[in-house]
Design a protein around this ligand. Structure first.
Ligand code: AMP
Ligand code: ZN
Length: 134
């Protein structure tokens, strides 16, 4: 077992657990963006979003919703970001599917991504390329 999150799930590595059921574990991120930053993971090892079967993803989504509300209500924050990095190029460091729940407060200084503009015909081309693979 080489995966750090599988070790956390097995109890080999300690964590601050906030939610657990048969299929899912949620625990505090060791290096929080904001205090209370929580990770929600399936207990079965899937490298990323593409690998998890739809039925299990539905359970994971329900847990994300439950934990997100608990983060918001429990910490008294105004909102939260839900984020999932898919593959190393996106910033995924741990190849065990996990969703970040990041509590947000007005003025916390966290800036999300800069946004651009499409050139002539580019949006149509992008939409076509994606549509053709669904
Ligand atoms: P990602 O970049 O999406 O793969 O996120 C991996 C996250 O796992 C990072 O935010 C790390 O801080 C977090 N992390 C790494 N090791 C541990 C650990 N032992 N316990 C809790 N969180 C961890
Ligand atoms: Zn794993």
């Amino acid at each position: 077992m080489d995966c750090i999150f599988c070790k956390i799930i097995a109890g080999v590595i300690p964590s601050f657990k906030v939610y657990e059921d048969e299929d899912i574990l949620a625990f505090l991120d060791i290096a929080p963006v904001n205090p209370g930053h929580t990770l929600v993971v399936p207990k079965k090892h899937y490298a990323n979003l593409e690998e998890i079967p739809e039925g299990e993803l539905a359970k994971l989504a329900a847990a994300i919703k439950k934990v997100g509300k608990a983060v918001k209500d429990g910490l008294g924050v105004e909102g939260y970001n839900v984020m999932e990095n898919n593959d190393p190029v996106s910033g995924q460091i741990i190849p065990h599917l996990h969703f970040h729940i990041i509590p947000r407060k007005e003025g916390d200084g966290l800036k999300l991504w800069p946004q651009g503009k499409y050139g002539e015909g580019e949006a149509e081309e992008m939409a076509e390329k994606i549509k053709n693979k669904i």
